[in-house]
Design a protein around this ligand. Structure first.
Ligand code: 18C
Length: 251
């Protein structure tokens, strides 16, 4: 009886974000973990074809269609010096930086602020003539991966919102699942307080599947992918380097 009166022992569950109370949490947690697993598989398994290469950046795709629409999955890896995985994921996730690196963006609104690591975005993207303009409504979540060395993930996945139904205005809604997984490597190994930016390397894996939502010619879509994805990863990582230089390192 006395034992029952004792306070129960609380075993901390990870992550401890207040987002766990949100209705979307089971999906956010599941997809984030699935995407982490998928990103860590690399490009060894599956028939990934290299389509772009620039310095340390490699981009692979698999040609796939769903109901006649091109939905080619993309996997990219890159190695960037002078930034940490935490810094890179934070810049990818945070609304205040988005217009600084997202070249396809026309407009962005945070429609729900679930917690400081979980937001819902509505974005409109630049139109590619003569196709219809696209928008995207997605939750975005970032976290440190427990039981791993300096590993961070940011994950975006399409969702619904009663106030913003798809295809209601001039835009066709796209459906996306995207993740950015980043690991910090320190060479030579040092104590935290002695680490300089030149000792840090960030290993990045970016995975993306975008369903264009409505018909667009396959050849045009694949040409857009081929041009826009390398442009995105180079521009984004250069933006990160530029934002972080001369600032204290955030591990
Ligand atoms: O992951 C990225 N960005 C995140 C934050 O914004 C987030 C967003 C993903 C955007 C998905 C794509 C939305 C449609 C874009 C329309 C294309 C505009 C091109 C403008 C050229 C002037 O996760 C980085 C995303 C990098 C995006 C690369 C391009 C992807 C192309 C997808 C095409 C989808 C259909 C376009 C229809 C046009 C048909 C000819």
């Amino acid at each position: 009886k006395d034992r029952l009166k004792q306070k129960s022992v609380v075993i901390p569950t990870t992550p401890t974000t207040p987002a766990i109370k949100h209705r979307l949490w089971p999906e956010i947690n599941r997809i984030t973990l699935e995407q982490l697993h998928y990103a860590r598989l690399g490009v060894g398994a599956g028939s990934w074809q290299l389509f772009a290469e620039d310095g340390d950046m490699r981009m692979y795709r698999r040609e796939e269609e769903a109901n006649g629409l091109v939905v080619d999955p993309l996997k990219a890896c890159h190695v960037v010096k002078g930034v940490t995985g935490h810094e890179v994921c934070k810049i990818f996730f945070s609304p205040e930086y988005r217009s600084g690196w997202e070249a396809t963006l026309e407009d962005m609104t945070v429609i729900e602020n679930i917690s400081k690591d979980t937001l819902v975005f509505l974005q409109t993207h630049k139109r590619i003539w003569p196709a219809s303009q696209r928008d995207a409504l997605f939750w975005s979540h970032m976290r440190k991966v427990p039981d791993a060395q300096d590993l961070w993930i940011a994950c975006n996945h399409s969702t619904e919102h009663a106030d913003y139904p798809p295809n209601a205005g001039k835009c066709v809604r796209v459906y996306l699942t995207v993740c950015l997984v980043c690991q910090t490597l320190i060479d030579p190994p040092k104590q935290n307080e002695l680490i300089k930016r030149e000792d840090i390397t960030c290993k990045i894996t970016y995975c993306s599947v975008v369903n264009p939502g409505g018909w667009a010619p396959a050849s045009v879509l694949r040409a857009v992918y081929k041009r826009e994805y390398p442009k995105f990863l180079k521009r984004f990582t250069n933006f990160c380097i530029d934002q972080c230089k001369d600032k204290p390192i955030v591990f």
